[in-house]
Design a binder for this molecule. Structure first.
Ligand SMILES: [Zn+2]
Length: 442
């Protein structure tokens, strides 16, 4: 891949959504100098640089040095080396530290960059990111994953003004992070099929142009996975570029739908449980990868259904009553159950509608299959690629409770109004047994 492809993609994203442009994406050994030049070109005299002890050490503090060499004054907000959770409180703290500065610069991966984007958005300042790991696709996205009043959410925000990365730094990041990035990237296979199905069955907005950002990338990502696992700088640089393009596809679509479907709901469910009850959670991409394998299995079951076996009346009768679903949501979400219920209500359909939907799938299964076939990969292929990259592909390998993962597979569809294969499969009677065995939550 080449720098030209990124420049072209930026142009494309700008044309699709001119209101929220990203000015520059730059991967190169001179990334710190390029970042400083970008800040100078913005006319910024003083910036807040936020990092943690790990990312500052990993970059040998080159960003601050390059900025100072370029005559830019730097304030610093450096977090400790321990795990950091992006919360609105921490975002507000970052914004307070940046008050009066001309830009916010993050040196880090998901959490630090989300905090910088959040603070920049709040203050109306450009956020400029120095990516230190190919761990997720959020660098170029217009959303932040942030805990608001204790609950993890994805909140829309102004995207970063520019993103820079040194491939050597990125390749030296913990290997688990690159494996998570590969999995986050490959989640597109299931997510974009979900998106096409939402358009087909529920007439939701869909823009196939957003998928051109992925041309040729998925196969190549599978191919380079073993080299990502070995920390090969060229392979990890490719992965970072693929992740930046994936983020741009969401910007162009004006929605995370091209890269976030049922597998992301499963991961968000685990994160929400973790933020409410303090249970462990794993890296975003690690959770998403395991869930992608699950969703691709569901997709295989949907696309290989025999229409003669679909019984719309029986399916409609088997759908849980509102009271039952409300009971699950109350048990899962306690104090925030009303909010989750409101999300679900936007997507819930009557038994009659669900029967009609099942009947339509029965009649038009070949058409549905044709619309999603190009997106889907066999679950084994994705699982193998994640393993090749050194990441978890099975729930028992995640640093998250197995019970929570199983609950997530069955009930994550209730937490957000986005239609995904989790709804499609449940609507066709391909439900996980756990859905019908509500348990008390921890
Ligand atoms: Zn993701």
């Amino acid at each position: 891949m080449s720098a030209e492809r990124l420049v072209h993609a930026l142009d494309l994203a700008r044309r699709c959504d001119g209101s929220r442009p990203i000015e520059q994406c730059w991967i190169g050994h001179d990334a710190a100098t390029a970042l400083a030049a970008h800040i100078r070109a913005l006319g910024a005299a003083e910036v807040l640089v936020t990092a943690d002890e790990n990312t500052r050490a990993a970059t040998d503090d080159c960003v601050v040095r390059a900025l100072r060499d370029a005559g830019v004054r730097c304030r610093e907000k450096i977090h400790g080396a321990g795990p950091l959770d992006a919360s609105d409180a921490l975002g507000d703290e970052t914004a307070a530290a940046a008050e009066g500065a001309d830009a916010v610069v993050a040196v880090g991966a998901g959490t630090l960059c989300d905090l910088a984007k959040y603070a920049g958005d709040r203050l109306g300042l450009p956020a400029v990111l120095y990516a230190t790991a190919a761990s997720m696709n959020g660098y170029t996205s217009g959303i932040t994953a942030i805990k608001v009043r204790g609950l993890k959410r994805t909140v829309p925000c102004r995207p970063a003004h520019a993103v820079f990365a040194n491939p050597e730094t990125v390749a030296a990041a913990p290997q688990r992070m690159a494996a998570a990035g590969l999995a986050d990237f490959l989640s597109k296979c299931s997510a974009s099929a979900d998106w096409a199905a939402a358009h087909f069955l529920r007439d939701e907005y869909y823009d196939p142009n957003a998928l051109q950002f992925y041309d040729g990338l998925v196969d190549r990502a599978v191919e380079v996975a073993p080299r990502v696992g070995q920390g090969d700088p060229e392979a990890v640089a490719f992965l970072l570029e693929a992740l930046l393009l994936s983020g741009l596809s969401m910007l162009a679509a004006g929605s995370s739908s091209p890269a976030s479907g049922g597998e992301h709901l499963i991961s968000h469910y685990i994160d929400m449980k973790s933020s409410l009850y303090g249970a462990p959670h794993d890296l975003h991409g690690a959770q998403v990868g395991v869930a992608t394998v699950h969703c691709l299995e569901l997709w295989r079951r949907v696309t290989t259904l025999d229409p003669a076996q679909i019984d719309p009346d029986a399916i409609a009768r088997a759908q849980p009553d509102d009271a039952i679903v409300r009971g699950w949501i109350d048990a899962d979400w306690g104090a925030v159950a009303d909010e989750v219920w409101a999300q679900w209500q936007r997507k819930a359909r009557s038994r009659d509608t669900l029967r009609d939907e099942a009947a339509r799938v029965q009649r038009e299964l070949a058409d549905l299959r044709a619309r999603v076939q190009a997106d889907l990969l066999p679950p084994e292929v994705v699982a193998q690629a994640i393993r090749d990259a050194g990441g978890p592909d099975r729930p028992e390998q995640l640093d998250a409770p197995l019970d929570t993962y199983a609950d997530a597979c069955a009930r994550a569809r209730f937490i957000r109004d986005r239609f995904t294969v989790l709804d499609l499969a449940a609507g066709l009677g391909i439900a996980t047994a756990r859905e019908h065995q509500p348990r008390r939550s921890r």
